[in-house]
Every structure is written in C-alpha cells, then in structure tokens.
Design a protein around this ligand. Structure first.
Ligand code: C2E
Ligand code: CA
Ligand code: CA
Ligand code: CA
Length: 279
C-alpha cells in the first residue's frame, strides 16, 4: 500500500506506518506462539443431513496471546502466509489433529473423519505429502479419514503444481474438498480437472436464504450440480432451522454451522458428540 507522488517518490503515511508496525508486531508474536503453547485447535461438527449423525469435524486453529488477546485466524493466517510461518503452523495443525483423531478412534472406536484447512503456501512445500503420509502411518489412520480443504486460491499461481499435489493426495486415499465455493470465478473448471470429493457452499449464500430468491436459486443450482457430479455437498454457516431444512430438501449431504454446533475444543467435542449416551 505505497503511494507515489508526482516525482515518483514513494512515502508512507502514518496510518500505513502503524499498519506496518502492527504487522511486524503480530509476526514477531506469532513467531513465539508455538513454543509458548498459545495455539490450539477447535473442532466443529459435520452432521449428515439424512441420518443426522455427526460424521466428522472441521479443524479450526485458535490463537490466544496475552498481549493481543484472542486473535481470529481471519486476522493472522494471512500474516503467517506472508512470513512463511504458515508452514510450521500447518504442521502443528496436522500433527495435533491427527494425534487427536487417533486417540478418539482408540477410545470410541468410531469411524469419523477430520477436515483440515491447507493454505496455498503449504501446497508449495515439497515435504507436505511425505509429512502427511508419515503422520497417517504413525497414527494408523486410513487416508480417507483425512479431508483437505482448499480454496480456489490454491490454483492461482501454479495450477499445474497444485494439480500434481492434489493427485498425489488423492492417490493416498485422502479426500479433497473445495472450500468457499461460489466466491471465486472459475470454480467449475476446478471441479472438472481436479480430484475433489466434496464441495462446501460458502456461508454468504446460506446466510441470505430467507431473504433472497437469487440466493435460493444459486444454492439449488450448486447443490444439483454437486449431486450430478457425485460430489458430497457441505452447506456451511447453517444458523437456523429454515436454512437446515432448505438445503437438506434440495439434496445437501452435510450440515455445518452454529445451528448444529459451534467450534469447540477437543474435550467439549468428545463430551458433546463422541461419548456414547446412556439412553
Ligand atoms: P473457513 O475455512 O471458511 O472456516 C469456516 C469459518 O466459519 C470458521 O471461522 C467457523 O468458525 C465459522 N463458522 C462456522 N459455522 C458458522 C456459522 O454458522 N455462522 C458463522 N457466522 N460462522 C460460522 P474461523 O474459525 O474464525 O476461521 C476463519 C478462517 O480461518 C477459516 O475459514 C479458514 O480460512 C482459516 N483457518 C482456520 N483454521 C485454519 C488452519 O488451521 N489453517 C489454515 N490455513 N487456515 C485456517
Ligand atoms: Ca474450511
Ligand atoms: Ca469455508
Ligand atoms: Ca471462508
């Protein structure tokens, strides 16, 4: 965000300067976050629209810093991508989530999968596939119990490389999900050319279902398309019964949203969804 004046010189205004120092402060605090044990994981349930069972969960990172307080991933993931720290953070997420899954599988003996968000920057890391495969082996987790969520940004810089990585993940049985569907511009070709198993309709469409005929039409169209392509369809951001009923009736396979369950830590998740009830 530099501004050039008439002479071609560039200068920063005070607002930019404070944004810059915020960014640098965040980057340096984030650099110590792992060793200070400030990062943790939350889990948000995926609910099957037919059986109404919890069949999996999305893993969502949390950062609590004593100086900054609770920092949303919306506010620090981009910073971590720019500084490269997302690689290390990404491994923290993969390692801890898969370890948690192994523990739950042992304790509750249930088939249940986790979906993990992977940044486009992580796709460029040449060790990514090997590390994921090693973790799956270490924790004895079949590939199909791991789903990787990617946004269209994954394909912007080097679509050929992204395709290669996705094919490798697919060959290991790992599931692939296209996140935030409908917010980009050429999603349909991605669905055709990459081995996706599922599509997540962006929350912005679900949010407007009650008020906007256009959103209802778009959601119907996206669900029908996913059904035709035999892709599993996840409706994210489901906040009320109207939205839940609407997408289920149109053929969505999975609900995700506050109406079904907010993201919670591992203990709460097990309490709420995994421990068999006494009834
Ligand atoms: P996302 O992947 O689209 O994740 C869904 C976001 O929507 C999450 O926000 C979730 O808490 C929120 N959400 C779920 N249901 C509802 C609902 O019914 N209503 C509303 N208003 N919101 C709902 P969160 O946890 O703040 O994460 C924000 C974004 O940060 C994620 O968007 C994802 O892009 C990124 N992110 C989170 N964890 C990770 C991670 O481990 N790695 C990477 N690379 N990115 C992550
Ligand atoms: Ca996601
Ligand atoms: Ca999403
Ligand atoms: Ca999003």
């Amino acid at each position: 965000c530099e501004i050039s004046n008439n002479n071609g010189y560039k200068f920063f205004n005070p607002k930019m300067e404070s944004e810059l120092s915020n960014r640098i402060q965040m980057e340096s605090l984030l650099r110590g976050a792992l060793s200070r044990d400030e990062l943790s994981l939350n889990y948000q349930p995926f609910v099957d629209t037919q059986s109404q069972n919890v069949i999996g969960a999305e893993v969502l990172i949390r950062w609590y810093n004593p100086t900054l307080g609770q920092v949303s991933p919306v506010d620090f993931i981009e910073n971590a991508e720019q500084s490269g720290q997302i690689i290390e953070i990404g491994y923290f997420v993969l390692r801890n989530a898969l370890k948690q899954l192994a523990y739950w599988r042992e304790l509750y003996n249930r088939d249940f999968y986790l979906a993990i968000n992977i940044s486009p920057v992580q796709l460029k890391d040449s060790y990514l596939i090997d590390k994921i495969v090693q973790l799956l082996e270490l924790y004895k987790i079949p590939g199909n119990l791991l789903e990787i969520e990617l946004t269209e940004n994954a394909f912007i810089h080097d679509a050929t490389h992204a395709q290669e990585i996705l094919n490798k993940l697919h060959h290991h049985g790992i599931r692939l999900s296209l996140d935030d569907f409908g917010t980009g511009y050429s999603s349909l070709s991605y669905l055709q050319n990459y081995p996706f198993n599922s599509v997540k309709i962006d929350r912005s469409f679900i949010r407007n279902l009650e008020t906007s005929e256009q959103s209802r039409q778009l959601v119907n169209t996206i669900i029908a398309m996913a059904n035709n392509l035999q892709l599993s369809l996840v409706a994210e951001g489901v906040e009320n019964q109207f939205q839940a009923d609407f997408v289920a009736k149109q053929g969505a396979n999975i609900w995700q949203g506050y109406h079904l369950g907010k993201p919670v830590d591992a203990n709460d998740f097990a309490q709420q969804y995994l421990i068999p009830s006494m009834t």
